[in-house]
Design a protein around this ligand. Structure first.
Ligand SMILES: [Zn+2]
Length: 211
């Protein structure tokens, strides 16, 4: 049975749902919030509300956006002929940090994992195919530059590899003229893109290979 007053217990329960937060850390955070000023606590609560209210997905690439198009899709200098496919919006950030990449993105929203019930329909794979074939209505926003290369930058994990292979085999079939690349080795196997350092990821981008 809980030793805390119900409101405190509720806060601990909610905090412990966050990734990487165990019950001890959740308790520590809850007590930190209890000690903070009412203004700081209200500011944290309103930041959480605001992000859920205002942030949605980019209509073209499904990156996070506070407008119909994300900042990258709005940027006229980006090369729309090359599309980097990643699993999550958080994977865009490390690729951007390398300053090696000038194309655009496509965020799948996860990786294929039949065990966990994640099928192609659960990801934005059809939307990727529509972009590549030029049939996506939003993709032509502004200009109809055809996609020349798809860079599969899913995580070097079992599910990430399976997702890359699934997409590559379909694209090879429907668009034989398309260049399909994968990040080069150098990334630690079994880890997430999110945790890669800039140098390693920069090298992996520069040395990407055809799949
Ligand atoms: Zn976008």
């Amino acid at each position: 049975m809980s030793t805390f007053a119900p409101p405190v217990q509720r806060l601990i329960t909610e905090l412990s749902k966050l990734p990487g937060i165990g019950s001890r850390t959740a308790q520590r955070l809850a007590f930190h919030i209890l000690r903070s000023t009412p203004e700081d606590a209200a500011s944290l609560a309103s930041a959480i509300n605001e992000v859920k209210e205002k942030i949605g997905f980019c209509e073209v690439c499904f990156n996070l956006a506070d407008e119909p198009l994300c900042r990258i899709c709005q940027d006229e200098r980006r090369d729309r002929g090359i599309v980097c496919v990643v699993e999550e919006p958080s994977d865009v950030i490390p690729v951007e940090r390398t300053h090696e990449y000038t194309g655009v993105y496509h965020v799948l929203g996860g990786a294929l994992s039949p065990i966990d019930g994640v099928d192609p329909d659960d990801l934005r794979i059809e939307e990727l195919y529509a972009r590549v074939s030029g049939s996506a209505p939003a993709a032509s926003a502004g200009r109809g530059e055809p996609v020349r290369e798809v860079l599969l930058a899913t995580n070097p994990t079992t599910t990430g590899e399976a997702t890359a292979l699934h997409i590559a085999s379909h694209l090879r079939e429907v668009s034989p003229e398309l260049t399909i690349t994968r990040l080069a080795a150098g990334l630690p196997v079994g880890s997430d893109l999110e945790y890669a350092d800039e140098v390693t990821l920069g090298k992996a981008l520069a040395g990407r290979r055809a799949v």
